[in-house]
Ligand binder design. Structure first.
Ligand code: ATP
Length: 444
């Protein structure tokens, strides 16, 4: 697929988003009072809402609106046998090089020039590449050194394969069907960076779709389209997202095809999600190692087979960053610059803000009754300090689609003003109709 014409990297956008995230409470550096910890980030009051909305949107599309996918929440810790069978102990590694001049460490496969250190610019200073396993290992048991080795999962997918038989036996699902899971994964990345794009602790949204081997290609194509369109439907412009099929030499030995959904990040195209046609590799590997039958018996046809698997594997934290970047707009309004996050209302942290025009006590009871009418239906923000114009700008900057203002006339006409984030248009709405009006305007 050709790269769309209009999307170009925008280096400024990166700093603007990192700054906005910190300043407004989306994402904070983890352990910041101790100087920060580049491996991980903390999601603040707005970030926790938005990240949850990203995961909810995925769950809704992958589980709730389908009849052929069920959910799962498997353990984060698992014994070495799992990772031996899956191939992660032997193969889940990146080639690591150290610069002998400036002592920095790099992933060899990510270097523009494999002989030149991007940190100090010197050539020929790298050590031989070593394979570095990305899994975090720890000990289970109370006595240090005497416990059993366990690993933090580097992907959620294996928990799904381990439960294939449980799900088959306890639900009425049969191929084609899927098992979906959202949760934290851990990878000891050599070079975490680009904000939450690459961290050592992150969240994934993965689904394994089990199909008859003859139908694998058709379902692979189906999931490519579904997954690309999910991002577009939630507001990423079609020219900033694309499918990139893996070249022959990028494919895992068992994969009959993999494509990445890529987004135009400020530094260029980067992966949001991988969609892989994994064949029967995983089920067969676990069946052999655990001495179990991981297969499906079709009673109607009398056929017994190991299903093939199509896997859409997305990053929730990475997707949230892409949604923020795609939504960020600076507009000139009355000789001033207005910063707006034009987030889809489904992803916006707060759906509506209730803003009494003044802090005066007389407006408070009505403002609170509007707030309490809206709160059971959606996340509602309340703010009564500063000039109203500045409060609108604060809400624009965090992507709140609607503001409801209570003014002194409201006390007489029992009506309030509803302002739209994108058009800045204002309409007067009766207090009694506010929940219906807001719900309809948001489109849920
Ligand atoms: P990359 O090539 O960027 O290291 P990957 O191909 O190893 O990623 P997958 O194993 O396919 O990634 O994982 C699925 C998704 O999980 C990725 O598309 C990404 O969105 C997310 N993901 C993977 N590693 C990280 C990480 N270290 N930090 C944040 N998200 C990640």
């Amino acid at each position: 697929m050709a790269e769309p014409e209009v999307a170009v990297p925008n280096a400024d956008l990166f700093d603007k988003i990192v700054n906005l995230c910190k300043r407004r409470g989306f994402v904070y550096p983890s352990a910041e009072i101790y100087g920060g910890f580049r491996s991980a980030y903390d999601y603040g009051p707005l970030g926790v809402l938005m990240l949850r909305n990203v995961k909810d949107a995925w769950w809704r599309s992958m589980v709730q609106l389908r009849h052929d996918v069920v959910g799962l929440d498997a353990a984060v810790l698992s014994p070495p046998a799992v990772w031996e069978a899956s191939g992660h102990l032997a193969n889940f590694s990146d080639p690591l090089v150290d610069c002998t001049n400036c002592k920095t460490r790099h992933r060899q496969d990510n270097l523009d020039d494999p002989n030149t250190c991007p940190s100090c610019g010197k050539s020929g200073t790298f050590t031989e590449a070593r394979e570095f396993n990305l899994m975090f290992k720890t000990q289970a048991g109370p006595v240090e050194g005497a416990g059993h080795d366990v690993y933090l999962r580097p992907e959620t997918a294996q928990g799904i394969f381990l439960n294939f038989k449980n799900v088959l036996n306890t639900t009425r699902k049969k191929p084609p069907f899927g098992i979906a899971q959202i949760g934290k994964s851990f990878r000891n990345e050599i070079t975490p960076g680009n904000f939450v794009f690459r961290t050592r602790e992150f969240e994934q949204m993965e689904m394994e779709f089990f199909v008859h081997p003859d139908e694998a290609l058709q379902w692979y194509e189906y999931w490519l389209n579904e997954r690309l369109n999910w991002y577009i439907d939630l507001g990423i412009p079609a020219n900033q997202v694309m499918l990139r099929p893996h070249a022959e030499d990028e494919l895992s030995h068992y994969s009959a095809g993999t494509s990445d959904v890529e987004f135009m990040f400020p530094w260029g195209w980067g992966e949001l999600e991988g969609i892989a046609n994994r064949g029967d590799f995983d089920l067969k590997a676990h069946a052999a190692a655990a001495n179990e039958k991981l297969e499906y018996f079709d009673q109607a046809s009398g056929e017994r087979y190991v299903p093939h698997v199509i896997e859409p594997a997305a990053g929730a934290t990475r997707a949230m960053m892409a949604f923020l970047m795609a939504a960020y707009v600076e507009e000139e309004v009355n000789d001033d610059v207005r910063t707006v996050l034009k987030l889809d209302p489904r992803l916006a942290p707060y759906k509506v803000a209730v803003l009494p025009l003044s802090k005066k006590d007389v407006l408070r009871p009505l403002a609170h009754s509007v707030l309490e009418a809206l709160q059971p239906h959606m996340m509602t923000e309340y703010d009564e300090t500063q000039a109203i114009g500045r409060r609108y700008r604060r809400q624009d900057e965090i992507g709140t689609p609607l503001c409801v203002t209570i003014d002194f006339d409201s006390l007489d006409d029992n009506a309030v003003t509803v302002r739209d984030r994108d058009t800045m248009e204002q309409v007067r709405v009766r207090v009694d109709d506010i929940v219906d009006h807001v719900t309809e305007a948001l489109g849920f």
